[in-house]
Write a protein that binds this ligand. Sequence first.
Ligand SMILES: [Zn+2]
Ligand SMILES: [Zn+2]
Length: 152
Amino acid sequence: MDASAPAGTGVEFADKVKGQASLRTTGDFIVARGSMRTVVVAQCSRCLVKHQVPIEFDFCEDCSLAQIDEPISYSAELNDESVPIPILDHQMVDLSELVRQLLIVHLPSHTLCKPDCKGLCSHCGTDLNEGACECEVDEIDPRLAPLRKLLK
Ligand SMILES: [Zn+2]
Ligand SMILES: [Zn+2]
């Protein structure tokens, strides 16, 4: 595999999807086994800055010789492990649906742009990596909050 990521994953990619897959028939199913890697453009969970996160994983999935654009197979629940992934586009094997589902499962859910990211101020939204904001004082000692109101 060496192709652009399929549409419908909900995220951006900074690289192509690369890897290998071998298909083996077991009678009822086609088993796709291999590994793939790519680079996801993720948002920092704290400051929302976009950064690149390489991902790499092995997989072993049941597939079926069903058409990938058939509504019945296409609406297969992602978390229902028993539904084989369709891999046929007319007479051709097309792994895009397999790749799409695998990427969604392996997307990083909680990433940071750097290990010590300070994040955004929950009050004013200032990026605290770029400097402190006025409201930081309140957060250090919440008991001062009523006083601040009196001063207004
Ligand atoms: Zn960050
Ligand atoms: Zn602030």
